[in-house]
Ligand binder design. Structure first.
Ligand code: ATP
Length: 239
């Protein structure tokens, strides 16, 4: 089943064409990556899909509904995490998660928060204010927050950018398990090619706001005569 279908999206910021004629789909259970150089248009694409900014052209359908017309219903099944989004610094970790659980209207907010605190190994940090956490610890809280409503589509902008190799490895395993067992889909951006090879079923390379190559890691490596995705990235980026 197709969860997300974006067609011919475009977005300009003044003279800058951030995204041009971009179409992509994400199916149930799939983990899909958007890759590209800094400034390629990845975050702008994600922000359009999340309804944070309005496309200049194109359409976005999720769960069979048009995002613009069924915004509340669509977005109740979606969540997002990015290291550049700050959660309230003065609140304790549990307070942040409780507040979002209530905001999302969860039926058993306490139980869900407890579940995610355990999943992301946040017990030792639960009574600390957000501002007293390291950036990697904050990332784990962001991910826990993003899973509160058990989203059918999880959008992650560089999910493991601030995590040490051990934490990154564990979180990648955990996110991969979630997609496989719950059938929920993920759309992620990352500059970590090994992470993308491990986690993603399909990859879209963006350059100058357009998708210039797409396929599985193996298909792309074959098409570009490359040993791995890192080499594909360099070949695509350098034209
Ligand atoms: N609010 C904005 N106002 C003006 N220009 C913007 C705005 N947001 C993004 N841009 C421009 O649009 C282009 C695409 O930016 P975007 O943030 O989508 O890239 P990205 O692929 O996510 O990059 P990175 O890997 O650095 O996060 C860039 O040229 C950027 O400068």
């Amino acid at each position: 089943m197709v969860i997300l279908e974006a067609e011919h999206l475009a977005k300009r910021f003044g003279p800058v064409t951030a995204v041009h004629d971009l179409s992509l789909t994400v199916a149930e259970g799939e983990v899909v990556a958007l890759l590209g150089l800094n400034g390629a248009g990845k975050s702008t694409t994600l922000h359009m899909l999340l309804g944070l900014i309005t496309p200049d052209a194109g359409s976005i359908r999720m769960f069979g509904m048009d995002l613009a017309r069924h915004r509340t219903e669509v977005l109740s099944k979606v969540n997002f995490a990015a290291s550049y989004v700050d959660l309230p610094g003065a609140l304790l970790v549990t307070e942040v998660l409780d507040a979002f659980a209530r905001l999302y209207g969860l039926r058993r907010p306490k139980a869900r928060v407890a579940e995610l605190i355990e999943l992301f190994e946040l017990e030792p940090l639960a009574r600390r204010p957000m501002m007293a956490l390291s950036s990697g610890q904050r990332t784990r809280v962001q991910l826990a927050k993003a899973l509160l409503n058990a989203p059918r589509l999880l959008v992650l902008d560089e999910p493991t950018a601030n995590l040490d190799p051990d934490a990154g490895d564990r979180i990648r395993g955990l996110l991969g398990d979630l997609a496989r067992t719950n059938g929920s889909a993920m759309l992620i951006t990352s500059h970590n090619m090994r992470e993308v090879e491990r986690m993603c079923d399909r990859i879209h390379f963006m350059s100058g706001g357009r998708i210039v190559a797409a396929g599985s890691a193996a298909e792309l490596a074959g098409a570009y005569g490359a040993a791995d995705l890192e080499e594909v990235f360099l070949k695509v980026a350098r034209g």
